[in-house]
Design a protein around this ligand. Structure first.
Ligand code: ADP
Ligand code: GLC
Length: 478
């Protein structure tokens, strides 16, 4: 039996700010239980719902010497859907109304977390063969592990994987402060180790010291070796390319299932969507105060409202799009200028545009189920889960050909009658506009073809099954 520990800063259903939480919370369920014991460790944030905190069981506690401070580390535990989750408790570090805040605080918070994960291991009766680290927040784990190995037998032989969900976020702070916070010796602060461009860089440390590095799609694994996508670490990604692979994400097919979903107005399947799916559209139009019309093409967006997702392209042609016979439903939060942009257009085009500037699991399911198309013109996209959810719900993705979007959405070919969505290649607003108009024309003038696109999308399998197999192979190789 191989023992794997996921170390992560978020996991559903406990805490989520983005796709990382979906991955860390649901992928562990899909490993072969006879061969792999996969558990998850994350912080116990004050902002987690009380409902979850009440269910956690106290395991033990100890004190950690981190640089010159002595810090409390509580360990709690919970079984959820057959998976063991461990929670690291410290009310000083994990207070606050969101998991992340000021970067300088986060830098210390996740140094603490990474140290605490390693120090907790001897106390929980679970010595992992592999620690699978996710994103910069856990980048120090492979570094500390290297440092710990000299200290004791227990840590010798533990292997690490660093999975990059987003290279943009690296956990960068000045070297002196980080050295003070982490207590790591001078040795690690060199340009071939933790240091990048004179600063300390957590993700870089993880990439340098992990035994294997993965990212969440094949295309992104290639892209990050180039300056445009490499976020100034393309040199390192090239240097590590022998150990670097891309494994595309999946989604939880139990939770995202239009046949059984309790959050949507009307269930449907690949057999019944032609008649039933539009009932969701009617219900949503009613609920959001849009013109009620089952014929009009509804385009959905569910997203963090940031530059990464291509909102400057949308801002640029939003007025133009709104001249067409479409409705636009947005669900998202993020940068104020994008929140306000959508509020503005909802006011300007009442009955046509609906801006829902908040976070809601339930509303996201309604949008995935109700819309005809889903717009995701990302500047870069390591994998993207929203387009997979859309495919599952028969909502046709319109995407830019980058990262996981390129790997999971096959562009419609009207001659060969193939494809599951629409895509464009250059990061250009009018190229996007052109492809949206093309989708509109298929939707309105070639309904049979459109429905075939929907059908092919719903028949695709983006459950975790395939990806879990690839992670298993990677674990075995180590
Ligand atoms: P990223 O991790 O870059 O934000 P992904 O596509 O991988 O992008 O994952 C985004 C996840 O967050 C999806 O599960 C999506 O449904 C969800 N999501 C984003 N914004 C909201 C929102 N406002 N309300 C509910 N869910 C949201
Ligand atoms: C990141 C990426 C997103 C990916 C998610 C889960 O948030 O932005 O593309 O799907 O991680 O891996």
């Amino acid at each position: 039996m191989k023992k794997i520990l996921f170390a992560t800063s978020e996991a559903v259903p406990f805490i989520k700010t983005g796709g990382l939480a979906d991955v860390a919370g649901t992928l562990p369920k899909y490993f072969d239980k006879d061969k792999y014991d996969v558990r998850v460790m994350l912080p116990k944030y004050m902002c987690m719902k009380q409902e979850w905190k009440d269910k956690m069981q106290y395991v033990t506690h100890f004190y950690l010497e981190l640089a010159w401070r002595s810090q409390y580390v509580g360990i709690l535990q919970m079984e959820y859907n057959g998976i063991t989750f461990y929670f690291i408790d410290n009310e000083y570090y994990f207070a606050g109304w969101a998991p992340y805040g000021n970067i300088h605080e986060d830098i210390e918070k996740f140094a603490f977390f990474s140290r605490a994960v390693l120090s907790a291991l001897p106390l929980i009766d679970f010595r992992p063969d592999i620690i699978h680290c996710h994103d910069w927040q856990t980048g120090l784990i492979p570094v500390y592990l290297d440092n710990f190995r000299y200290g004791g037998e227990f840590y010798r032989g533990i292997k690490t994987i660093m999975t990059i969900h987003n290279l943009k976020f690296q956990g960068v702070w000045d070297r002196k402060t980080v050295q003070d916070i982490t207590g790591l010796p001078d040795y690690y602060f060199a340009p071939d180790k933790l240091e990048a461009y004179k600063d300390a860089n957590y993700l870089k440390g993880g990439i340098v010291y992990a035994d294997k590095v993965t990212t969440v799609s094949n295309t992104y694994a290639q892209e990050i070796k180039t300056p445009f996508y490499g976020e100034r670490l393309d040199g390192l990604m090239n240097a590590r390319s022998n150990c670097l692979s891309g494994i595309v994400n999946g989604i939880d097919y139990d939770e995202f299932d239009p046949e059984t979903d309790k959050m949507i107005a009307k269930n449907y399947s690949v057999e019944t969507f032609r008649k039933e799916k539009k009932k969701n559209k009617l219900a949503l139009q009613e609920e959001l105060g849009l013109e009620v019309d089952d014929k009009v093409m509804m385009i959905g967006i569910v997203s963090r409202l940031t530059d990464q997702k291509g909102f400057d392209l949308i801002a640029y042609v939003m007025d133009e799009i709104c001249q067409d016979a479409v409705q636009i439903v947005v669900l998202g939060t993020g940068e104020e200028r994008y929140e306000n942009m959508f509020r503005h257009f909802a006011w300007k085009y009442q009955g046509k545009v609906s801006a829902n500037i908040y976070y809601s699991e339930e509303m996201s399911h309604k949008v995935y189920a109700s819309c005809d198309a889903f717009l995701m013109p990302s500047l870069f996209e390591p994998c993207g889960l929203s387009q997979l959810m859309s495919l599952r719900y028969g909502t046709v993705p319109i995407v830019r050909e980058t990262g996981g979007l390129k790997d999971t959405v096959e562009p419609y070919n009207e001659y060969e009658k193939t494809g599951t969505g629409f895509s464009f290649s250059n990061y250009n607003a009018h190229e996007m506009m052109g492809i949206i108009r093309y989708a509109e024309s298929v939707y309105y003038d070639k309904k049979r073809d459109w429905n075939k696109i929907v059908e092919r999308g719903m028949q695709k399998d983006f459950s975790w099954k395939n990806s879990a197999k690839q992670y298993e192979a990677l674990y075995d190789e180590m």
